[in-house]
Write a protein that binds this ligand. Structure first.
Ligand code: B1M
Length: 231
């Protein structure tokens, strides 16, 4: 998929532009993704729609060719960087909130796993829902999660995993919390593409969140319920 240097993205209609953005994401063209994102926003597109139709859908296509051995890690890294360039423009819109501070969350991707796009999106949506978000990054060990809980005293711990090989580590973290007698001090939410509700329950999380919007809704609902129960 060659990028035509002379292509004027603003001359494309919405459908053509979104298709071009899928190609540009595939080709890891960060500047073009930022430009396309801005054009869609300027045309009145809602940030959620830009995210879902142009960026997440583009990354889904990348994921298929990655799985099938057509794309390799360096190319997918470029695609991820391009996606992040678009997300940076959406960040203030997704994080925009009139809501009062609802609570605090510590979030990180588990040990052995360096995928961070989904986690970052969850962070943005939670900010939008009125949470203070402490993002402790990727490849996080149980000790580091627990140190962050002790330091920041959040309402919620969020863990992300994108690999079937790393998702069992969520149980390690929760078991360590139990061992220290602090499990019930926090609401634990888990998410990531290979997880499901059953897995969330099996590792002892309070809830599995299918996507960033569900994570924001669930965090809000569980924090509110806990406050009411404590009142
Ligand atoms: Co990776 N990778 N990757 N990768 N990668 C996947 C996950 C994979 C499905 C690709 C495939 O084969 N089709 C596959 C996993 C297979 C499996 O285990 N089932 C895979 C593999 C195998 C690997 C490597 C092992 C490849 C290799 O080295 N041979 C390697 C592992 C590295 C490691 O982590 N140790 C690897 C590396 C990479 C890159 C570094 C190249 C890059 C990551 C860059 C980055 O994140 N900065 C990468 C990418 C980009 C992907 C794909 C293509 C895209 C992931 C993504 O960002 N999706 C992915 C294929 C795919 O998922 N289609 C793939 C977009 C994002 C918005 O969605 O992350 O699902 P997602 O997040 C969603 C929800 O899941 C949920 O909300 C988010 C937003 O709605 N959610 C949460 C996520 N976390 C949450 C936390 C919560 C709540 C909800 O807490 C409360």
């Amino acid at each position: 998929m060659e990028q035509d240097d002379d292509l004027d993205l603003s001359a494309l209609d919405d459908e053509e532009l979104v298709a071009q953005m899928h190609d540009d994401l595939y080709d890891g063209l960060a500047e073009e993704i930022a430009e396309g994102t801005q054009i869609l926003l300027d045309r009145g597109w809602d940030a959620q729609k830009v995210l879902a139709d142009a960026l997440v859908e583009g990354m889904r296509i990348v994921g298929i060719d990655f799985r099938d051995g057509i794309l390799f890690v360096p190319e997918v890294l470029l695609a991820a960087n391009a996606m992040k360039a678009g997300m940076e423009l959406l960040r203030p819109l997704l994080a925009e909130t009139g809501a009062e501070q609802v609570g605090k969350i510590v979030i990180g991707t588990v040990k052995g796993d360096i995928h961070d796009i989904g986690k970052n999106l969850v962070g943005m949506m939670l900010e939008g829902a009125g949470f203070e978000v402490i993002d402790i990054g990727i490849n996080i060990e149980a000790e580091t999660y627990i140190a962050a809980l002790e330091e920041h005293k959040p309402d919620v711990l969020g863990m992300s995993a994108l690999l079937t090989t790393t998702m069992p580590y969520m149980k390690v973290v929760i078991e360590e919390m139990k061992k220290r007698g602090i499990r019930d001090d926090y609401i634990v939410l888990v998410g990531g593409a290979p997880l499901n509700e059953e897995f969330g329950a099996a590792v002892g999380a309070d809830a599995y969140c299918r996507d960033a919007a569900v994570a924001a809704e669930t965090a809000q609902a569980l924090v509110t319920a806990r406050r009411l129960a404590a009142a």
